[in-house]
Design a protein around this ligand. Sequence first.
Ligand code: GRF
Length: 231
Amino acid sequence: MNHKAQEWFNPFGGHRASGRGVADDKRVVVLVSGHGSNLQALLDATAEPGSGMAVVLVGADRPDAYGLERARRAGVDTAVVRPADHPDRPAFDLALRDLVAAARPDVVCLAGFMRILGPGFVRAFPDRILNTHPSLLPAFRGAHAVRDALAYGVKVTGCTVHLVDEEVDHGPVLFQAAVPVEPGDDEDRLHERIKREEHRLLPLAVRMVAEGRVRVEGRRARIADPEEVPR
Ligand code: GRF
């Protein structure tokens, strides 16, 4: 890990660990279920001097998600909301909503969060929830996108960063990147190359939402010029 990237200049009081934002930093909440390499990309990006953003909370649906460890190392608060502790999915959605809302997020980012979030959660943060998905949507929705793309025999796949609506892997697209399938690829090898693109695009998308530069018209999301954003 690049420890240098974990430090940034705080104009109000010297250096600090990533995740402890200054007062007017845009607040980012990240939800993870597993490895958390996309979370790490966000932690590194927000730790850059002058990023104007801070990851203020990392939530997970399972206590063994490695992303939680990444967050702790970066000095970011963590919390676990387990589906098994709630009677049904709507109750889980509301518990997670309350946890996330208490962190007062400008952006909520699903970074490998393997739960379907219902209206109880999604409606609380309209046009402020981002998801990254390892295919070129609308192809290969669902939990096995890389495996399904390989099985279908496509020559090009990729990733999609999109706003979250009430359907799975469906909301307006912000960014996509194509990744060619190479001879000899297996699921892991192809997924690693797709993740490299996700690591590039997800922090960019978080910044666009955080800065209020995303305009949604129906299915289309447009990135507004900085001059169009009211101050
Ligand atoms: C990413 O490819 C994401 O698109 C998918 O799950 C993967 C998570 O990877 N939803 P990581 O946990 O960020 O390493």
